[in-house]
Design a protein around this ligand. Sequence first.
Ligand SMILES: Cc1ncc(COP(=O)(O)O)c(C=O)c1O
Length: 441
Amino acid sequence: MTQNGPLGFATRQIHAGAELDDSHRPRATPIYLTAGFVFDDFEQANERFVQSDDGYSYTRVGNPTNTAVERRIADLEGGIGALLVGSGQAAVSTAVLALAGAGDHLVSAASIYEGSRELFRDNFARLGITTSFVTEANDPASWEAAIRPETRALFAESIPNPKNDVLDIRAVAEVARRHGLPLIIDNTLATPYLLRPIEHGADIVVHSASKFLAGHGTVLGGVIVDAGRIDWSAAPDRYPHLAQNVGSDGRTFAERSGRAAFLAYARSVIALRQGPSPSPFNAFFILQGIETLSLRVQRHSESARRIAAWLEAHPAVESVDYSGLASSPYHALAQQYLPRGQGSVFAFTLRGGRDAAKTFTDSLHLFTRMTHLGDVRSLVLHPASTTHVNRTEDERVAAGVGQGLLRVSIGLEDADDLIADLDHALAAVQAAELLERAGIV
Ligand SMILES: Cc1ncc(COP(=O)(O)O)c(C=O)c1O
């Protein structure tokens, strides 16, 4: 792309990364559905295996369609590069495994997507990587206190799922910087349109591209973006796989790739060997989704704010966790970090507990009961009986996930129609409660 000055977000979401070396000159990025790529000769095959960054060899480690997505997301997030993988969980796993091994330690915010929490608490623990969870994620002293000599990374979500309890990224990034540790931010719910964590000091950004980036509830994907800020050779004992171990060319990853060493290792060691690679077919849909990201996220956020305010005024609703509302303890942070909108995913609690939540979800017509978010369609989920079902009641209460709590992901339907659907489901809850109080059921 040629330019005289910086291009706007909407321009870049359509054009960034789309320049491919293709003699047919297609305007849209084609789906390169091929497992491997031809080596011109013996020498070239050898070059591609000696840590060369030029050219493609096998789709598990790189593919032109996937590259276009990687470049576009890296551009939108303001990183030096990105790695596309098969799902958001694969992005979190790959990012962590490119930094930590047995005996190492992570510090994570406690308020994160339940799948990531279980990955840290269970899967990584079985591999010898332990995690301390910080409950007060906006208190730098809590992060400080949890860091140990074996700590290799800090992890948090910019807009945590499901409670919209916005993170003070700068405060956590300062702690990370003081200790020379990378801060990984899961930016799935915010998207780079609403918030770019790298601008606030994050070192690595991960996404579930299955959500707003793809945007239509069709394909899964995940991405890791590297800010390229960390000098990995500054602490060689901490990251020996990047700064001490030499490859077949006699150099370490830090010597070969400099500030991009983490991303190079994630791609050519973790993704290559563990195989979380995405299909170029899915990559195409993610690329297409990103082309309308700003328009969708604007509308998602506007409708979510309207619906959250409407719910807050309803007598059957006890509370609404949405940082776009003045009543939210995260409202000031949202104004600082999310001035363009506070996203589409939030939670609210019904006064009537689990019975009310059941009547409510079963009475909805337009909202889809589904464990997903960032879809064009509006979705609803009862975390206590689904995503958080394996937690004890005490743990759920500590996480603020009560039996009356519902998570919604507001889609792109007309907000009036969504409010009418919620209105009628809440009326069903009130009718059921009246009947119960009268002893009729
Ligand atoms: C914040 C966040 N991160 C990661 C994931 C996992 O993404 P995926 O379903 O693409 O594996 C999710 C899924 O809901 C999520 O909400």
